[in-house]
Design a protein around this ligand. Structure first.
Ligand code: BGC
Length: 757
């Protein structure tokens, strides 16, 4: 039998988990650090990406040697217990102090069972489902040896040009904060069991505010805006106990986040009391040279001094901090602090007491991609789809007659999972064609034609993607593809057009300046409309698209985002009415890209255009487009019709810490049972700084039987009225508040209250 390292014996009785006893942890780590050389300490700060899947440019050949030499603190994106065990064995048997490694991965929206992309998931407005998806992702990832996920991504984004809007929760800090909490809870629990993993909140901070929606681009904004509109979700995740935080690539206030002492230390640690570990993004330190902050030694020292603990991929810490220490550019205290924080993560995960805690080979076979996980993915996906239009109740479709399923996304499995599905097996996803045929059985016949390629320009489609996925262009001419589609359409009673973006058109480094459906697919839609048959648009996208024409001309539009492994089944469930759609948008959908950024919680300005108005000279508007979106934040239809009546307030004059109750009557006027997201918005009419025209302050997802009514109440306290004033003090100010309740941010019942101190 192998000799157990002394450290593990010491720890056998130690408690693990997020509630690990601090004094015991401190003593243990103190004792361990007492034995560590400077080089070993720097090794702990090093996070190479030497796994199966490398997401950037850097590779790492002789990783085993480095681990044995104590030069590695963790690894990311290695898949399988066997491989992880092999590498962990090197760390705990060959390295001098036998310190275990941590193993991270981008488990962003599921592991092998892929859930809808995060932007879609946010449209469920269902925190139990969000948490469940994270829980299942953690269970599957941990069954494959992973103990740390680079999720949740909570960057607020208001610019659909930015490809990574797909990875976040949309434009609203209140909804985003709820999701951040649910995700952290789902991944981590209390970290005591081997199916719970450490989360990493990213990308701190303001990554989603990249200028012009161009990835990695500069962000710059006032602190008032930053705290009121962007920071809440990061803070919510930290408050929920997120064990680690990832720095963003962008600069903030002229300083890259990775070296930004204000963000990393003053705000995150001193104001928010974050006690965990801070990791860079992929080569985030090295990239500061291109930002213009100095050579590798300089930027590595800046990052450490700002408060960064672990260096992902770039090895700036490993290679230069020793020299910087000698030259007095960093202190031993700074290195010790970072090292301690990395070791604390390992302690909290229980890796010192059992470095193979996450290496149970039996688990993978019974816990990954199971029937019940897939069923959960199917149910959750169906709840994320947003029914954007349904003229004449064209949907749900009857399982009868002939349905022509047409479009480049109709028979694609690899596109269903969307961006960041590192561990997915794309071929195991369910396509729309698979799903519809399965659901229709012999009751309806489903004809299929591709109709068009994803893009007319072959470059985008054919480029080798991040994960080596290729998008299978059909070599036939545009005309031949169209004729085949029209022939199928001619035989059908109804056409289902599965069009939109490919998975690769959103996600990291996938910004677009044109946010319409690709032109050749628009042509396909127009040709299908000309047949005179009813056309249902099943829209795939990872961002809000500009679909004004489609909204005006197509009778039914179901936005399905990228629904994950079970997308095709979930789409069939909704199209045939087994599930009544209940998703609501977490972003505003503009009429055109020129309106961007367009978001519901904007300021009034001194020259506002009345809502729903058109152009007026000397008002804040455009000559060529109204200020309205095509679909507002919070919008989404159902096969039922939900109506709101009779907004009642418990009082219209409130004082101090009193509570206000706002109640409405919600009715399902349809013939199907369904779920509705009732939303509460508040406007602060007069304050010391200008306030948004409305802000989401509450929501409830409610199930109502067909024909049923119920009262829905929201409890409002002064905490809901708070904001950061120009001194960055978080407080509320007395005065008039408008309370609004309804089914989306545009159609609301409203009433006013006066709230005094
Ligand atoms: C992304 C991160 C990700 C990291 C590791 C980076 O390119 O920005 O979100 O976690 O790679 O794969």
């Amino acid at each position: 039998m192998k000799k157990l390292p002394v450290l593990f014996v010491l720890l056998l009785a130690a408690s693990v988990g997020i509630h690990a006893q601090p004094s015991r942890m401190n003593d243990f780590i103190g004792e361990l650090m007492g034995k560590m050389t400077l080089e070993e300490k720097l090794g702990q700060l090093n996070l190479p990406g030497a796994g199966d899947i490398v997401t950037g440019q850097a590779g790492n050949a002789d990783i085993a040697k480095k681990i044995a030499a104590g030069q590695v603190g963790g690894l990311f994106n290695i898949k399988s217990v066997a491989k992880i065990k092999e590498v962990q064995r090197i760390a705990v048997e060959k390295s001098r102090l036998r310190i275990p490694l941590i193993f991270g991965m981008d488990v962003i929206h599921g592991y092998e069972t892929i859930f809808p992309i995060p932007l879609a998931l946010s449209c469920s407005w269902d925190m139990a489902e969000v948490e469940k998806s994270a829980r299942i992702a953690a269970t599957e990832a941990s069954a494959d040896g992973i103990c740390w996920t680079f999720s949740p991504m909570v960057d607020i984004a208001r610019d659909p040009r930015w490809g990574r809007i797909a990875e976040g929760n949309g434009e609203d800090p209140y909804l985003g904060s709820h999701i951040a909490r649910a995700m952290v809870k789902g991944y981590q629990g209390d970290l005591s069991s081997n199916s719970q993993i450490m989360s990493c909140v990213k990308h701190y901070a303001l990554y989603g505010a990249a200028e012009a929606g161009r990835d990695y681009n500069t962000t710059d904004m006032s602190r008032v805006r930053m705290f009121n509109e962007y920071m809440a979700p990061y803070k919510a995740a930290v408050d929920a106990g997120a064990g680690t935080v990832m720095a963003s690539f962008n600069e903030v206030d002229g300083i890259p986040a990775t070296a930004n002492h204000y963000l990393m230390t003053e705000v995150l640690r001193n104001q928010w009391h974050f006690k965990g570990m801070l990791v860079t993004d992929y080569t985030g330190i090295n990239e500061m040279t291109a930002h213009g902050m100095g050579d590798l030694q300089t930027v590595s020292a800046l990052a450490l001094k700002a408060g960064i603990d672990m260096d992902m991929v770039g090895e700036g810490f490993l290679l230069t901090l020793g020299k910087s220490l000698k030259e007095g550019k960093v202190t031993m205290d700074q290195i010790n602090t970072a090292c301690r924080r990395v070791l604390e993560v390992k302690y909290k995960l229980g890796l010192f007491s059992n470095p193979y805690k996450y290496c149970d080979e039996k688990r993978a076979a019974s816990e990954i991609f199971t029937a019940s996980n897939r069923q959960a993915a199917r149910d959750i996906a169906a709840d994320c789809f947003v029914l954007l239009k349904n003229q004449g109740s064209l949907l749900p479709l009857k399982k009868a007659g002939t349905i022509a399923l047409i479009g480049p996304l109709a028979n694609s499995r690899e596109n269903m999972t969307g961006t960041w599905s590192v561990a997915a097996n794309f071929e195991k996803s369910v396509s729309v064609l698979d799903g519809l045929r399965q659901a229709a059985g012999d009751k309806a016949s489903i004809l299929y034609a591709r109709g068009a390629n994803l893009e007319s320009d072959s470059l985008l489609e054919e480029h080798e993607t991040m994960f080596g996925k290729s998008l299978h262009r059909d070599p036939r001419s545009k005309e031949v593809l169209l004729q085949e589609a029209l022939a199928a359409a001619a035989q059908a009673d109804v056409i289902v057009a599965a069009v939109g973006e490919s998975a690769e058109m959103t996600g990291e480094a996938s910004s677009r300046s044109n946010i319409e459906i690709p032109e050749n697919q628009q042509e396909l839609l127009k040709a299908l409309m000309k047949t005179g048959k009813p056309v249902v648009l099943v829209l795939f996208t990872g961002r809000p698209l500009a679909i004004k024409w489609e909204n005006e001309h197509l009778p039914a539009i179901l936005n399905v985002w990228f629904g994950g492994t079970e997308a095709g089944n979930a789409i069939a469930d909704v199209l045939f009415g087994a599930v009544n759609p209940s998703g609501k948008l977490s972003t505003t959908w503009p009429q055109n890209v020129g309106q961007v950024p367009l978001y519901y919680n904007h300021k009034n300005t001194g020259r506002p255009l009345p809502e729903g108005g058109w152009f007026q000279k000397f008002r804040s508007n455009y000559l060529d487009v109204s200020n309205d979106p095509v679909y507002p934040f919070g919008y989404g239809l159902s096969y039922s019709r939900f109506t709101y009546h009779d907004l009642r307030l418990s009082s219209t004059r409130l004082h101090g810490n009193q509570h206000l109750t706002a109640t409405v009557t919600l009715t399902n006027e349809g013939t199907m049972d369904g779920k509705e997201v009732a939303q509460l918005y508040i406007r602060d009419m007069v304050a010391s700084i200008t306030r948004p025209v409305k802000e989401l302050k509450g929501f409830q997802k409610i199930f109502l039987k067909a024909g049923a009514s119920r009262e829905v109440s929201f409890d409002i306290t002064p905490a809901d009225l708070k904001f950061y004033n120009s001194s960055l003090k978080y407080d509320w100010e007395p005065g008039e508040f408008v309370i609004m309740v309804g089914g989306n941010s545009r159609e609301l019942l409203s009433a006013s209250v006066n709230w005094s101190r």
